[in-house]
Design a protein around this ligand. Structure first.
Ligand code: SAH
Length: 261
């Protein structure tokens, strides 16, 4: 009986792989990987490693989850080292938890190798810190995926007091989400950022407001992380700040980045 490694591949930039991920990928006999996995990550696999694509396209599963679970059990009975490679972190919206549960039901040994999640790394590459002293002291991560019968529906009221909202899988429903957030009392002028294909060479940042997204949503393609909150303003400020930064500049004085909420 082999062992299954539930591995996070990070958000896209292969340099955001962890050392542990590289180690288990390079030892793998078989790798089952998702759509958002960069090819460069798979280059760490040994030449004899079997690569199995079990890609999903934003909610639509090419191979149903139940099939993926069964494949994991099957491969663990045939191979020593089975890697289930997922985008970002395996336990954040990747259904990694379900796979772990399934494996434990069949008494198959497994190990979780956490990854760098897109939740904070994608905004970071776009110059958006999720917290900032005096601006945002809390953030929440929410799915923007339309709730189907099985999923626990999102109650946007619950996030009223949260400073920064990070919404994954929210591109399709962006207009509806923005409307909901305004209905729940968030300021329509609150800035919103969409970071498409974050941390990759083709990263694109679109900045808007809740009002604009609710009335006339900008064109955005998945995968994208949607960030709602005043910290989005730092996107430009930090960009200019970093561009103007001279070696002897006042890099400690960031007081001017603060403002009244
Ligand atoms: N487990 C993953 C998230 C899986 S859900 C993680 O921890 O990052 C898939 C969603 O993640 C996408 O719909 C998108 O909202 C976000 N996402 C993942 N990679 C991304 C990237 N490189 N750029 C922008 N969004 C990304």
């Amino acid at each position: 009986m082999g062992k299954v490694y539930l591995v996070g591949a990070g958000p896209g930039d292969p340099e955001l792989l962890t050392l542990k991920a590289i180690k288990v990928i390079s030892r793998a006999d078989v790798i089952l990987y998702d759509r958002l996995i960069n090819d460069k990550v798979l280059e760490y696999a040994k030449p004899t490693c079997k690569l199995v694509y079990v890609g999903k396209a934003d909610g639509k599963h090419t191979i149903p989850q139940e099939e993926i679970n069964k494949l994991l059990v099957y491969y663990a009975s045939v191979y020593q080292n089975v890697v289930r490679l997922k985008g970002g972190d395996p336990f954040i919206f990747g259904r990694g938890g379900e796979e772990a549960l399934y494996l434990s039901k069949f008494k198959i040994p497994y190990e979780v190798v956490p990854g760098v999640s897109s939740v904070y790394s994608v905004p970071a590459y776009a110059g958006i810190p999720l917290t900032f002293r005096g601006v945002a002291s809390s953030f929440a991560v929410v799915t923007g995926h339309e709730a189907t019968g099985k999923e626990k529906p999102v109650n946007w009221e619950d996030f009223k007091g949260v400073d920064t909202l990070v919404i994954l899988m929210g591109v399709k429903n962006r207009q509806k989400i923005a409307k909901e957030l305004i209905r729940c009392g968030r300021d329509p002028e609150e800035p919103v950022a969409f970071v498409e294909r974050g941390t990759t060479d083709s990263q694109r940042v679109v900045v808007s407001t809740l009002k604009e997204v609710s009335e006339n949503p900008p064109d955005v393609e998945p995968p994208a992380v949607m960030v709602v909150g005043q910290v989005v303003r730092l996107h430009n400020l930090l960009k200019d700040f970093l561009e103007n930064l001279k070696p002897e500049g006042e890099i400690h004085n960031v007081e001017h980045l603060r403002w009244e909420k």
